[in-house]
Write a protein that binds this ligand. Sequence first.
Ligand code: PLP
Length: 377
Amino acid sequence: MHYLDNAATTKPPETVCQAVLRAMTENFGNPSSLHGLGVGAEKILDESRAVVGAQLGFSPEETYFTSCATESSNAIILGAAENYGKRKKTVVTTAVEHPATARPVEKLEKNGFKVVRVNPDKDGKFTAESIASAVDEDTFLVSCMLVNNETGYILPAAEAFRRIKKRFPDCITHCDAVQGFLKTDTRDLSKTADCVSVSGHKVGAPKGIGAACIKKGVRIAPLLLGGGQERGFRSGTESVPLIAGFGAAVKLWAENAELYRKNAFALRERLRERLAAMPEVVINSGDDCSPFINSISAAGLKAEVLLHFLEARGVYVSSGSACSKGKKSSVLKAFGLPEKLLDSTIRASFSADTALSDIDALADGLQAALSQLCRVR
Ligand code: PLP
């Protein structure tokens, strides 16, 4: 199998599975219980919290576990509006956000807030100033992703936040760092972002676990009310096994981050070399993109047909973005992809264990698709 859909989700490594199993068999207590089993479970939360927070520059006290990054972003955006959206009424975001940000922002818009969506320029790029200059005195929240999930484009979120904070120190800055977490160095993100959302399953943790980092002093109204877990931010008994897996995955990745990044650059190079021989195929992701995500258009081939053709050869990619489930991507459109290529775009995304042989399998598959599928077109 050649799995190249790691921006959708990753395969948990053995050490992560072991950590999950241990938490289910040996540390199955409720972390809120006062007896020894509870204390053991709580220790797992503390350790994972410190590991995850540190990779984003936040303290353990500023790091809260959630069920996924979608929950984190919803809680932050809607919770910020509840507390800061009484006097100020504007939210600034970008036109290329993941639905986890775009949908809660739309909800605010429906409820009377003004939303400014910054578009990339004609070359599909953002500048920090294009984002920062959209903010004014009425803006209480700016939400900008770090790495786009469909193209891998790295947005200048931190620099935009720095400029915004200089002019409007009270404006809350939120970053969806899901696709940049560990894949770029995110340890300084807390210097400019008040709030950050990340997901475990993009970096080898199980699905169903994420984190919201919220700077001390920033007041985000909780989405879930109940027993007051996660210091009141997120009630509900914590999923100790998933949090154990999250901590183990982040620890493993952090220890090898340089190696994984180097590997991703080498994979991207190989992909570029191999696809250069196919004039019908273009890689939309340039040098200003994360090497872990590569958007590829094959003119004349339908993405879904291509995806299944590749799958039959054991190569797994996604069409555009897994989350858009076959719909024409408004994000690729915003990035300036020609209309006729929107339907012909797949995404190949890498992880820690992706090898050159996976890239070769993809390239061979694309070559075969071009000669076989194009013949019957
Ligand atoms: N943000 C980005 C950029 C993503 O790519 C994803 C998932 O693909 C999410 C948010 C949502 O993450 P989760 O699956 O943890 O809700």
